[in-house]
Ligand binder design. Structure first.
Ligand code: PEP
Ligand code: MN
Length: 332
């Protein structure tokens, strides 16, 4: 349920209303937009008398929200959410380019890639330290050492770092990580989501291989229900019957998620296609579709990458993608 507040309402009047609602066991989500202040009511609103609420002097209108996701809902927060990450931001008019290797393989590797992607225009550095691999015999990541190398790369380049968590027990290792990624396979690991909701870290939440947009938004809601509203949604392709590409990039997810939610939406064309030659066209298409950013895998030596070499761009190819993305952004 949302209550739209009349213009000219004082802070004191608003505070009286929100404390009255909180006393009825509801959580309050306040959005002070450019035109309106909106009070979002989260929890069991069945006992709230909408007509009584609407009759209050400071309330312009009251609406029930039918979607099961509330805090993530654009009706709760009409303006785009802009999330500050280190010295950069994502959301609204601010476009993020997150780039780096699938996995951190060594200190030299991640430092070299960090410098090249920064020079090309990346705004954040990615790299997996804990890797969710289909086979238990494949490289599982450098774990804590991998995070240390990313932190070193952040110190050298100033780029905020993004890396995946697979187990809430590892949270203390992520203290200096700027954005914690929840991978596709963990999108519905509800215990992990609840734990991340208790932090203030920015979470990059990837869509599951076979999950609907509503399920993605409900997973965001799990994190938000714990008090953490810093979430970036990521479309990374879903599983369909086609086999030429690793997944099928659902580009309509971008405008649809932007309609439904105020959270930033980024696209990962690397995991979506699995093929480096398809990364550029899909990155440009995602940009044109209105994404707030891209996440792209870049490797200094893709042929010898320990993970996802086939979809990784060389630093030179990545620089070319960045230049073209900038041209698309100028046009739109
Ligand atoms: C990744 O970003 O390296 C990754 C494993 O992605 P996803 O969870 O989308 O497969
Ligand atoms: Mn990967």
């Amino acid at each position: 349920m949302i209550a739209v507040i009349k213009k000219g309402t004082s802070d004191k009047q608003l505070e009286n209303l929100t404390s009255w609602l909180r006393a009825q066991g509801l959580d309050i989500h306040l959005s002070r937009g450019s035109t309106h202040t909106i009070v979002g009511l989260v929890g069991d609103t069945s006992k709230i008398d909408a007509e009584l609420l609407e009759s209050l002097e400071i309330v312009e209108s009251v609406k029930r929200i039918s979607e099961p996701f509330k805090s993530a809902n654009r009706k709760f927060h009409p303006d785009d959410t802009v999330i500050n990450v280190g010295n950069t931001s994502v959301g609204g008019d601010i476009f993020a380019i997150i780039a780096g290797p699938c996995s951190v393989e060594s200190e030299e590797q991640v430092l070299s890639i960090a410098h090249s992607v920064k020079a090309a225009g990346a705004t954040m550095l990615r790299g997996g330290a804990f890797k969710p691999r289909t086979s238990p015999y494949d490289f599982q990541g450098l774990k804590a050492d991998g995070i240390d190398y990313l932190i070193k790369a952040k110190k050298e380049t100033g780029l905020p770092i993004v890396t995946e968590i697979m187990n809430a027990n590892h949270l203390e290792l992520f203290e200096d990580v700027d954005v914690i990624q929840v991978g596709a396979r963990n999108m519905q690991n509800f215990e992990l989501l609840k734990e991340l909701g208790r932090t203030k870290k920015t979470i990059l939440l990837k869509r599951g291989l076979a999950n609907t947009l509503k399920e993605l938004l409900m997973s965001a809601e799990y994190i938000m229900a714990g008090g953490n509203e810093n979430i970036i949604l990521c479309e990374r392709g879903i599983r369909t019957f086609d086999t030429y590409t690793r997944n099928t990039l659902d580009l309509s997810a971008v405008p649809m998620l932007k309609e439904l939610s105020h959270l930033p939406v980024v696209v990962d064309p690397s995991h979506a296609t699995g093929l480096s030659r398809l990364v550029k066209p899909m990155a440009l298409a995602a940009t044109a579709a209105g994404a707030h950013g891209l996440m792209i895998e870049v490797h200094n030596d893709p042929k010898h990458a320990l993970c996802d070499g086939a979809q990784s761009l060389t630093p030179e190819a990545f620089a070319d993608v960045c230049a073209s993305v900038k041209r698309v952004l100028d046009v739109i």
